[in-house]
Design a protein around this ligand. Structure first.
Ligand code: GDP
Ligand code: CA
Length: 321
């Protein structure tokens, strides 16, 4: 079974890791392609930073920080401290080992290599056996429309710590962008597409905004895992964003967000109350423990999602038979 997963950073990386471990058990992790959000990408100290791509790659490579879920394990900050002492900006800190990634990526981008190729080469160097694809080789930066005006994503997310009240989002340059090489192929070849439990507004929507992605998805069964449990996020501003946009945050709101695309939806046992309504929409629903604690939690949910994907395919076969 071939799987294409759409992912942002922390929540996306955790499930992508679980799926890759689950597929490795039953056959081959090479059957997984992870299509990653690039809306958070920005320049800092003249370097190209791709937070979600790096979180996904570090996690899959087993070199990510288990404490934060982003950045690298056993990281030090000597370069950042030295730069800050000289008056450099301190609101976004890059670790020493992490800096190596940004230096080499920036060097290769300046030489004209596309981000997708650089990412593939980094993955090979890190020993990652599934495919990791930035959704586009062109920058498509997320702009957050707030009551304090329009803010670039990192300005909102890190510098302003998600404080400004959100009014909407804009994915700059999305209409002119193209999917990176391999993205449409991965979607077309997939038996099932999985939306990881990533932020629907600023992790999954920016992937869907790249022309061609929605079209490819509309021909595939899509299964999404809710990042919202009991109305709250495990981490990050997704629930706050729903509330500020006038939508009660819940697993149901996430399912409604993706409704036109969904064949299946996985929500937490705490949210079983929504199963009846979702079934009425014609969506296959599964309730399980969706919090991924440690590597065991990831592999458990990864395997459950793979079983769920098989169930969706079987249900579709039966309905066409
Ligand atoms: P970001 O780019 O680092 O913000 O990462 P994502 O958008 O991929 O993930 C953020 C979302 O992941 C948040 O809405 C969290 O609620 C969700 N999340 C993080 N860990 C877990 C988990 O273990 N289980 C589930 N279901 N969601 C999670
Ligand atoms: Ca992100």
């Amino acid at each position: 079974m071939k799987i294409a997963a759409l992912a942002g950073g922390v929540g996306g990386a955790r499930l992508a890791h679980g799926l890759s471990m689950g597929l490795a058990l039953s056959g081959s992790a090479a059957d997984l392609s992870v299509i990653v959000n690039i809306g958070d990408d920005f320049e800092h100290y003249g370097l190209r930073i791709c937070p979600d791509l790096d979180t996904v790659c570090y996690t899959l490579a087993g070199i990510g920080s288990p404490q934060t879920g982003w950045g690298r394990q056993d990281e030090s900050y000597r370069a950042a401290e030295a730069a800050e002492k000289l008056g450099g900006p301190a609101w976004f800190r890059l670790g020493d080992a992490d800096l190596g990634t940004h230096l080499e990526r920036t060097r290769r981008l300046r030489e004209g290599h596309p981000l997708s190729q650089i990412t593939a080469d980094f993955c090979a160097a890190w020993g990652i056996s599934c495919r990791v694809l930035p959704v586009s080789d062109q920058p498509v930066p997320t702009m957050v429309l707030t009551e304090d005006g329009e803010l670039p994503f990192q300005e909102y997310f890190v510098h302003r710590q998600c404080q400004p009240v959100v009014k909407g989002f804009r994915f700059e340059g999305a209409a002119q962008s193209q999917p990176a090489p391999g993205v449409l192929e991965a979607l077309n070849e997939a038996d099932v597409v999985v939306f990881c439990p990533s932020n629907p507004w600023v992790s999954i929507d920016p992937i869907l905004a790249v022309p061609g992605v929605r079209g490819a998805l509309s021909r595939k069964p899509v299964a999404a895992v809710s990042p919202i449990i009991s109305g709250k996020t495990v981490k990050g501003p997704a629930a706050k964003m729903y509330a500020e946009l006038g939508i009660a945050p819940s697993a149901l709101a996430v399912a409604r967000h993706y409704r036109d695309l969904l064949a299946g939806f996985i929500l937490d046992r705490m949210d079983e109350c929504y199963i009846e309504e979702l079934s009425r929409w014609g969506i296959i629903v599964n309730a399980t423990q969706t919090i991924m604690a440690g590597a065991e939690g990831r592999i458990r949910l990864g395997c459950e999602v793979l079983e769920f994907c098989k169930a969706i395919l079987n249900a579709q076969k039966e309905s066409t038979a």
